[in-house]
Write a protein that binds this ligand. Sequence first.
Ligand code: B1M
Length: 224
Amino acid sequence: MNEVLENLARCIERGKVNSKSPYPPDLKGQDGADEYARHALDTGVDPQDVLSIGMVEAMQRVGARFRNKEIFVPDVLMSAKAMSAAMTHLKPHFQSASVKRKGTVIMGTVSGDLHDIGKKIVSMMIEGSGWEVIDLGTDVPPERFLTAIQEHPGSVVGLSALLTTTMLNMEKTLQEIRRASPGTRVIIGGAPVTSAFAEQIGADAYSPDPHGAVEYMNTHCFTL
Ligand code: B1M
């Protein structure tokens, strides 16, 4: 693996945000995810590799260590902070401001769920393919989706969930959307979500990754 990407991945796994961050103590004074992500992009590493190899794979290892009880919530939070710091450098590479917007996508992590890294990546990719994204954040109750749909008629809705408990709130959100705005298309995703679940609750589409979400938007929700 490219050395800068290796360092970036290590910083995300260890929760080293930037050179000023005192955590973890053994890396004090050294560069963090912030500097390594910027350096990777400045030296011409493909943004897609920075994202998948330097960041997403590192975060998957964090998840495995958390599941095995080798690390705990505060460690995961620091990794999430490091991931967010790196993402600020990536964002401009996935945006194409000159493109005429294809439409609006309202994104949010459903009620009860605070995970936002994956949803931010999906938003970034959708934005990069020419859509305007309105990101409602995390722990979004159904009413906030309804208000946003009213404010942006004709928009598509993207729901994310990372917990087996909160993915059940997708159904409630979907039912509310169907009741108030029957024509609105809804795509769902997130680690525990499956296409069978999407079918069961009546979502219009499911994608396991950002690319599938982008493909769905571009092929099913966009007409010239
Ligand atoms: Co949490 N957490 N967490 N956590 N956390 C998981 C999800 C977990 C699998 C860890 C584990 O046990 N191995 C587990 C869930 C188990 C389950 O439900 N069966 C878990 C748990 C238990 C919890 C808490 C309950 C822990 C506790 O408090 N005891 C708690 C819940 C808080 C809450 O939400 N109410 C909690 C808290 C947290 C932190 C706050 C510490 C932090 C989140 C910080 C943040 O997001 N700002 C956190 C993190 C970071 C994780 C792990 C380690 C990493 C998640 C992540 O960011 N992945 C995660 C373990 C894991 O996933 N391996 C874990 C990287 C990201 C790029 O991937 O989010 O999957 P992902 O997104 C992907 C795809 O899913 C897809 O594309 C994205 C990009 O590739 N996708 C979509 C996502 N949304 C989509 C929408 C689409 C389409 C595709 O269309 C609209």
